[in-house]
Design a protein around this ligand. Structure first.
Ligand code: GLC
Ligand code: GLC
Length: 649
């Protein structure tokens, strides 16, 4: 308690000492309105920032030096922030919960594969509006090594766009135009690692000691062996363990992911300061949300698995405090694809306001395979709740593999053995399980641990690929229903639904990636095809498969946007006595309510009317999707195969 108190006093003293120096440095600008705003925000958030950074770097002799540089960078960044973004900051201050709206809809894809380049992306804005997007995540588009660069996640320069996509000004223009159309640009902040071609890494390779300290570089295997004892292998196909030997340097480098992705050393305050500057640069380009890539891995300590350590949280909070001072409208989205308890710990106003919902994603696929919803119901029943001011980003597919990140305790409580069940799911979704409708590929299968994840597009995993191959119209119909079922859930369960673009027309796996040497070793490319705009055009032809999926999905999107009960994240899972059906009640800010029922089986499923009555819901509903009126009498409610009902009272 008194240590805490002292820390706040220390913060105050530091503030009093540093601000005049800052004002002297910016003497020419301290009379401006912009400076006054900066001062106000600094006043409000300095204490937070100080305390967080003190926890990370307080024992360093150069702590105050770095803090002072950081404040100067932040001031510079705020003064340079374009007026349109300052206006946005002010607007968001008036409506801080903007992302809770039922009108929110996200989309994500690669610039080159969607539209060639950034200019091409601008030309697609009418399409984004047609679909209803209010949030667009463009996959990493920065300068990266030629050939394999992990889909752009090996960044060589955060301030330079990959020349094949355009230049930074194209990105600024695109961000502005998107904003004018009500679409928020989302970019990645890849801050756990840089590529080995980033100038810091190049300097380290040339023997520069200062930059060597930006990474984890070791002369021999002693330290790597000691760390490896407790680390999980993330990309075992790429290299065993978490370190890579660089023959040119005769050194070992920490590389959690690929050998060309060098983990940054956040024990070094210079790394925090310099990465904060890169973050503010992205903020001023016009990003409204930053996706914190691989945030679970950023802090390392010997003897731990180096995932989700307390200081990884401190680090994100410190970055967040910098934003509150210099780019206050920005939000963080957590990309923690880890155990659900750990996912939840990143979600708070002080840390990440938004978070992927990998558990919902994995359990939706689980229910689709097993045709039963007990694990989904049990886990969502108590794991969905997050602070009111925060929001899930609910997705079915993304550019990554599917990992089975459910809790073994949750599974065990239902008599399901987690290890065996993951094996089943991998067999099912790679199409090896007899009778499986799915056509996916294993990703990073680790024969030593039996671990594997799954690649594949929504449509291929949901059965469309196999059904089209068989040519059986009934199977095609079931596959289309599965696709719509999963979408109807992410559109209604609470949070921002995120569509992996191409899925809205049921794009299938593209196996041609194996012909490209830079991609062949990474099966995730099977679900990252180049968008074929002739196929996209068929979305408007209702007799085509693309048109059937797109038309139905568009309708669900419009209904979502018109349904106040779908705002926010107030969701209550209920048990209606039929394990094939997932059911929940959504409540909006006023008294609007919608009861969602989703049948995960290919057979019709009854729900006894008195089960619904038990929950004190109304007796008279209208299904928003079909428009049908429904009176609860003695007869059960009957759901068609894979049907979803959105029952408004
Ligand atoms: C994240 C990205 C993934 C990438 C990894 C390393 O998990 O989503 O695509 O491989 O980070 O950057
Ligand atoms: C790591 C990331 C996860 C990603 C995966 C890539 O586990 O945390 O997000 O899916 O790498 O395979």
């Amino acid at each position: 308690m008194s240590a805490q108190l002292n820390l706040h006093k220390e913060a105050q003293r530091t503030f009093v000492r540093l601000t005049p120096r800052l004002e002297a440095e910016f003497a020419a600008e301290t009379n401006s309105i912009a400076w006054a705003t900066f001062r106000r925000r600094l006043d409000a958030h300095f204490d937070d920032l100080f305390v967080l950074l003190f926890q990370l770097y307080g024992d360093r002799y150069d702590f105050l030096y770095h803090l002072e540089r950081l404040l100067a960078e932040s001031a510079r960044s705020w003064l340079d922030r374009p007026q349109a973004l300052k206006d946005l900051d002010a607007m968001r201050e008036r409506d801080p919960q903007w992302y809770q709206s039922e009108r929110m809809l996200g989309g994500v894809y690669y610039v080159d594969l969607f539209a060639g380049d950034l200019q091409g992306m601008r030309a697609k804005i009418p399409y984004f509006k047609e679909l209803g997007l209010t949030y667009l995540h463009l996959m990493p588009l920065f300068k990266a090594p030629e050939g394999d660069n992990d889909g752009g996640y090996a960044v060589s320069d955060y301030r330079e766009v990959d020349p094949r996509l355009g230049v930074m000004d194209d990105l600024r223009v695109l961000a502005t135009e998107l904003r004018e159309h009500g679409i928020s640009l989302v970019l990645d902040f890849v801050f756990n690692h840089t590529s080995d071609e980033h100038r810091w890494a190049l300097a380290a390779q040339a023997g520069d000691e200062e930059y060597a300290d930006y990474y984890f570089i070791f002369p021999d295997r002693t330290m790597p062996d000691a760390y490896d004892r407790t680390l999980r292998e993330i990309f075992p196909d790429q290299h065993p363990g978490s370190f890579t030997y660089r023959a040119d340097m005769q050194r070992w480098v920490w590389t959690t992911f690929n050998s060309f992705q060098w983990d940054l050393n956040y024990r070094n305050p210079a790394v925090f300061r310099d990465m904060a500057a890169e973050m503010l640069f992205l903020a001023n380009v016009g990003a409204e949300v930053l996706r914190l890539d691989a945030l679970a891995f950023t802090w390392k300590e010997m003897g731990t698995n180096c995932e989700n350590l307390p200081k990884a949280h401190t680090l994100v909070r410190a970055f967040n405090a910098v934003l509150r001072i210099a780019a206050p409208s920005l939000l963080f989205k957590s990309e923690a694809i880890v155990h659900p308890d750990e996912v939840a710990r990143y979600i708070s106003v002080q840390e990440c306001q938004l978070s992927y919902n990998p558990l919902l994603m994995a359990l939706l696929w689980n229910s689709l395979a097993t045709r039963e919803t007990r694990l989904l119901r049990h886990s969502m029943g108590y794991r969905f709740a997050i602070p009111d001011e925060c929001a899930w980003v609910n997705y079915i597919r993304c550019h990554d593999d599917i990992g089975w990140t459910f809790d073994d305790g949750d599974a065990g409580a239902l008599g399901i053995n987690g290890y065996d069940h993951r094996r089943f799911l991998n067999a099912f979704y790679s199409g090896r399980f007899p009778g499986s409708f799915a056509r996916g590929l294993p990703f990073q299968e680790n024969p030593r641990t039996g671990d594997a994840r799954i690649s594949g597009t929504l449509a291929s995993l949901a059965g469309l690929e196999a059904a089209l191959h068989s040519g059986n119209p009934a199977e095609i119909d079931l596959a289309v229903r599965r696709i719509l079922l999963l979408n109807a859930i992410i559109l209604s369960i609470g949070g921002v639904p995120l569509i992996y673009l191409g899925d809205e027309i049921g794009i299938l796996n593209d196996y041609s990636y194996v012909e490209d040497a830079a991609k062949a070793g990474d099966s995730r490319w099977v679900h990252r095809p180049r968008i074929d705009w002739e196929q996209m055009a068929r979305r408007l032809d209702q007799t085509s498969i693309e048109g059937r999926i797109y038309t139905a999905l568009r309708r669900l999107i419009e209904l979502r946007k018109a349904t106040k009960a779908f705002a926010g994240n107030d969701m209550r899972v209920i048990n209606l006595g039929n394990d094939h059906v997932f059911a929940y009640v959504r409540s909006g800010r006023q008294s609007e309510r919608v009861l969602v029922l989703a049948n995960f089986s290919e057979h019709t499923q009854p729900i006894a009317a008195n089960e619904v009555r038990l929950y004190g819901l109304s007796y008279h509903f209208r299904d928003l999707i079909t428009g049908q009126e429904l009176k609860l009498g003695d007869d059960p409610i009957v759901l068609a195969p894979y049907q979803v009902l959105w029952l408004a009272d």
